[in-house]
Design a protein around this ligand. Structure first.
Ligand code: AMP
Length: 213
């Protein structure tokens, strides 16, 4: 089963993907994570990617395409994949279709996590990530899991692109570039809009209900 999860930064795509990975054995392909890996590996594109991400801009469609394409080349058996953060604009959606054909996959479900701007601002301003296990927490909620986290608190970092100014820029970019994807995917039988303002577990219930696995 192939799923696309899209929605503005901070909508909870990463968190919801993790639920599906753990419960249904999906592979999560997060373009944000793949790009951050390139930065950490100090690959030939690393520095360029880092400056783009930190400015809150989008990496070129060609680079994203080639990163995803080579990732898909290495997938041998598991055909349950969640695309988290890709496609992000119309051009990428068209190329996504090409990738599906090339790798013999079929897109089944598309979830749009719709969240209000104010809610996004609140969420991202408190977001920290454990660099050890990649779990995401929010310091704005009195999150018990954060205090008792298994890796301890020494791995928590705030992503550089989570600063207030960058958040707003990323949100505006999302509105301009990603929102047209709604019209593009609305015609697909597997399209589902999710109220992403709700609590994490309620969102998860909505998604699983529509997945019907
Ligand atoms: P994310 O972790 O999904 O919030 O992505 C972090 C950053 O990575 C974005 O703000 C973009 O700069 C870049 N990025 C992630 N996915 C894409 C994509 N599909 N196309 C272009 N840039 C992307």
């Amino acid at each position: 089963m192939i799923i696309i999860l899209f929605g503005p930064p901070g909508a909870g795509k990463g968190t919801q993907s993790k639920f599906l990975v753990n419960k249904f054995n999906f592979i999560q392909i997060s373009t944000g994570d793949l790009l951050r890996n390139e930065i950490n590996k100090k690959s030939k594109y690393g520095q360029q990617i880092s400056s783009i991400i930190n400015k809150g801009e989008l990496v070129s469609n060609e680079l994203i395409y080639s990163i995803i394409d080579s990732y898909l080349n290495n997938i041998k058996e598991n055909k349950n994949i969640i695309f988290d953060g890709y496609p992000r604009n119309l051009k990428q959606a068209e190329k996504f279709n090409e990738l599906m054909i090339k790798h013999n996959f079929k897109l089944d479900k598309i979830f749009f996590l719709n969240v209000k701007r104010k809610e996004i601002q609140n969420r991202i301003s408190g977001r920290v990530i454990c660099t050890n296990c990649k779990e995401i927490f929010n310091t704005n909620n009195k999150d018990k899991n954060l205090i008792n986290h298994k890796c301890g608190d020494s791995f928590f970092i705030k992503r550089e692109d989570d600063e207030e100014k960058t958040i707003l820029k990323r949100y505006d970019l999302y509105m301009a570039d990603t929102a047209p994807l709604i019209d593009f995917y609305k015609k697909h039988i597997g399209y589902c809009e999710i109220d992403g303002n709700k609590e994490i577990l309620q969102i998860n219930e909505q998604i699983e209900g529509f997945l019907n696995i």
